[in-house]
Design a protein. Structure first.
Length: 231
């Protein structure tokens, strides 16, 4: 079982691993995005649409440069910011991205139409649970990077299909797994409305941590990025 800590007795809750001023420094000092993608980012910021933060962007750019992926699968397109960023970082890769929210899908389509100049990105509409099953059943393609940035409670449910869709040396990345530290709080002390999400994340940690099938690494980027690779 994943360890939990009492809210009051946990010093980490008051001392985040990465100090806000260091987060700010990472965001300001690392190479900034340029070109059309900044328009998508500005729109996201102005309309409070959550997209990956800059330190995660630079990490993906680095990872993609090292891995040279042929295919990337993303769960959680929103308006297409991270998909477009990955397309730019991997100009010859095919990127499949999934979203179920009609408003986001409409905005993503507009952005892909305007900015996916090499036609690398395929947007699949629908709930990821269904789309992942269809990809597995019908397409027989493997993905070198699978990035999950959607409903956090479902990561554990998406994992079996994601593993089936992963290439031999592929890696799965899951965003926002810290939940601002809530993952350390005993489940009954968490707001009722948040408990399903927290239970889902804890089931995921129980499955992947300390399991000889996987190598995992948690990176303190944004609200926590979990990497999973098969041994
Ligand atoms: C945080 S946003 C994605 C941001 C995007 N990855 C970026 O950085 O530009 C999360 C998106 O996941 C989508 N989503 C959540 N649960 C989903 C599910 N079960 N299936 C498909 N999409 C889902 C939401 O509609 C939302 O647009």
């Amino acid at each position: 079982m994943v360890e939990t800590y009492k809210r009051t007795s946990n010093p980490m809750m008051n001392r985040p691993v990465v100090k806000p001023e260091l987060v700010d420094w990472m965001r300001r000092s690392q190479t900034q995005l340029s070109g059309d993608i900044t328009k998508v980012l500005t729109f996201a910021k102005e309309n409070n649409i959550p997209v990956i933060p800059h330190e995660t962007v630079t990490y993906f750019q680095m990872l993609i440069s090292i891995m040279q992926p042929k295919r990337i699968l993303e769960v959680g397109t929103a308006i297409g910011f991270s998909a477009l960023m990955m397309a730019e970082a991997a100009p010859s890769a095919e990127i499949v991205t999934i979203d179920r929210n009609p408003e986001m899908i409409a905005l993503a389509k507009e952005n892909l139409e305007k900015y996916d100049s090499r036609h690398q990105i395929i947007l699949k509409e629908g709930d990821a649970a269904d789309v992942l099953s269809v990809l597995k059943r019908d397409e027989h393609k493997k993905y070198d990077i699978i990035f999950m940035d959607s409903a956090k409670s479902k990561y554990i449910e998406f994992l079996p299909n994601a593993l089936d869709l992963l290439s031999n040396n592929g890696v799965i990345l899951m965003d926002d797994i810290f939940q601002a530290g809530e993952i350390l709080v005993p489940i009954m002390e968490i707001k009722r409305t948040q408990r399903a999400l927290e239970r889902g994340l804890r089931r995921l940690f129980d499955e992947v941590f300390d399991n000889p099938k996987y190598i995992t690494s948690v990176l303190p980027l944004g609200d926590g990025l979990l990497m999973i690779k098969c041994r």
